[in-house]
Ligand binder design. Sequence first.
Ligand SMILES: O=C(O)C1=C[C@@H](OP(=O)(O)O)[C@@H](O)[C@H](O)C1
Ligand SMILES: C=C(OP(=O)(O)O)C(=O)O
Length: 464
Amino acid sequence: MTDQRAAFATDSLWPAPTAGGPVDATVTVPGSKSVTNRALVLAALASEPGWLRRPLRSRDTLLMAEALRAMGVEIEERITSGTGATPAAGASAAHTAGESWRVIPALPHGPATVDVGNAGTVMRFLPPVAALADGTVRFDGDPRSYERPLHGVIDALRTLGARIEDEGRGALPLTVHGTGSLAGGTVEVDASSSSQFVSALLLSAPRFNQGVQVRHTGRTLPSLPHIRMTVDMLRLAGAQVDAPEDGGEANVWRVTPGALLGRDVTIEPDLSNAQPFLAAALVTGGRVTIPDWPEHTTQPGDALREIFSAMGGSWTLDERGLTFTGSGRVHGIDIDLGEVGELTPGIAAVAALADGPSVLRGVGHLRLHETDRLAALVKEINGLGGDVTETEDGLRISPRPLHGGVFHTYDDHRLATAAAVLGLSVEGVEVENVATTGKTLPDFPGLWHGMLGSPAGAGAGESV
Ligand SMILES: O=C(O)C1=C[C@@H](OP(=O)(O)O)[C@@H](O)[C@H](O)C1
Ligand SMILES: C=C(OP(=O)(O)O)C(=O)O
């Protein structure tokens, strides 16, 4: 619906390259979407300017930056040499070289219009910011954004004192009528459809008059590492947070009101976007190194070390980064992916090439992601000759010899990267709208061809 969306060619077919043999490459993966968008929100709400080093520049993060700018926050993009900047704790000068964003916070204000695209982080993290704004903020997005769950955030904000018009939809589009402050207080939310409900309320809570106490009341809670990421980043910005993992009450988070510090944050590489490259090492029996893999992280992609090892590879972590090595064999896996749901499409692709069956559990909420990921994976892998069935909360995958064909991606970046993994071993896979990878991973086709040492093919389309 916007200029950014127009940059995405949707009708092109990208011939996914096959791997001529075992891959052997080092792939520098751009910054984490989840860390970049949290860092932007926290910097925008801080009481002093801050820096983001090596932020991700992708559709989701540019939408977040644009939305904050629309509410009065200044975000300047700068190229730094690595010498003029103050590195974040533990970051080397090399780490800080490249692009940086200087964020100069302001009291958020309306009138403003926010395009959320199809970014869960934007559609969920920003209504609480808008509730703190002085003025009216209108939220709209891609057609799919109307279908993604938002009721948890809307209802909770109303309980905490906000006025929101959504014409009874409990979803986008909506208008938040901010008054310049929000009471805050105690709220219950069923976050079983998205952990981002909890993260959204916690991120802005230091600025609520009474802070917040959030109690999750649902039966399940997906993507816990992403909530831990929120808690860690809030603490790094000076907030006081009580969380269940510190011995607090189960399913209850508390944030004390107080000023947020302007920090200098170096964004980690996106470990979930490292997935297709690690998968390439696994399925070709090759080796891929991802530089700057953090020793400690809350990113769910860190679990790939163990998951892909259980599927047949092995890893080492040293000063070069994470090196993942395939053994030439790929095994099936029976695993609950509830904590790391965004890894499911890539694991499903590897599982379809394995030497035995797999069961992926705990990911029913993926039906409400960028697309219905369970239905899409069944349809598209089976369209190449596979045998994937949907269960109540996941997928059952029985590997079969696959053949070429068009793999549709439904505007879902992770469907596109999963298709590329299949294409390494299966001749003639054509990925429809590979440019949709630009939601979180700029120039995926370029990185992929670079890994394979092959010239970039036609039909790659534009990406951010
Ligand atoms: O907070 C975040 O940055 C995210 C949380 C998860 O969302 P859900 O809990 O909705 O799965 C994850 O899937 C998404 O890619 C990013
Ligand atoms: C679910 C995802 O994204 P979003 O932040 O839009 O929820 C994802 O990146 O896999």
